[in-house]
Write a new protein. Structure first.
Length: 250
């Protein structure tokens, strides 16, 4: 048996589906959502211990500040039964490394998480500290199998940020990995080489997708590193690589 409930309050539009003792919430927010609205939503999550799937879309919510993000992220710690999390933070102008670091620490409580999708596209203040924090705390997700992270157009993502992220994935049990770095102009061959070297230990990987289009500093050296990575990962059966508009590739 299942039932669906629609919530519309404080600028929040949410569908809540209950089925076989599990709860799935898909949530969108009005354009003028404020920290108070996000805090209200966070308080609702505290009473949702049976929540199994959560999708939160905060794309381009210009009135949100660090206070609202921090409150929401801190409430994730109460979702101990969560198995799937989709967090869309595109064009979050006030989202900085400090807020992302808090979010990644809270990930430690989500030990049943199987699927994690995070979209940081166009978040100009996200950089090495964010990827380092992700790397440290992804290790605390023993059930994680499906990981997607979008850093497209994040101008502070550079070689060090790329390398730091890959260190958190080595020896993990991730089976599906999708990473997007479109137009991250600070990424060079040095970063991609270390990145692919660190991922070589991912022996459970079945599907791998990476987007590096419009990363203008990349050359044939990146393709060579990628080919060496593939030679060491025979388990990959589905592969997607987007290197459109790389002027340094011959």
């Amino acid at each position: 048996d299942s039932n669906c409930e629609i919530l519309h309050k404080e600028g929040i539009f949410a569908s809540i589906v209950r089925s076989n003792g599990k709860i799935a919430i898909t949530c969108q927010f009005s354009e003028d959502i404020t920290d108070n609205g996000l805090m209200y939503f966070g308080l609702c999550l505290k009473d949702s211990s049976q929540l199994s799937r959560l999708k939160v879309d905060l794309t381009n919510k210009t009135k949100l500040t660090a206070q609202g993000f921090n409150h929401l992220f801190s409430c994730f710690q109460f979702l101990s039964n969560l198995s799937e999390l989709h967090l869309i933070l595109m064009i979050s102008r006030n989202l900085k490394d400090r807020e992302v670091e808090l979010f990644t620490v809270v990930l430690r409580y989500l030990t049943r998480l199987v699927t994690l999708h995070i979209d940081f596209a166009f978040c100009a203040e996200i950089g090495k500290n964010s990827t380092s924090a992700l790397a440290r705390n992804l290790r605390f997700l023993p059930s994680l199998q499906n990981l997607t992270i979008n850093f497209s157009q994040c101008s502070k993502i550079d070689d060090d940020a790329l390398s730091a992220l890959s260190l958190g994935l080595d020896n993990s049990k991730v089976e599906v990995l999708r990473l997007y770095f479109s137009a991250c102009s600070e990424i060079n061959d040095r970063g991609t080489t270390r990145f692919f070297e660190n991922l070589a230990s991912l022996k459970t990987l079945h599907e791998f997708a990476i987007t590096l289009n419009f990363c203008d500093n990349l050359t044939d050296e990146t393709l060579y590193s990628f080919s060496q990575f593939l030679l060491q990962n025979k388990s990959i059966t589905t592969l997607i690589i987007d290197i459109e508009e790389l002027t340094g590739i011959s």
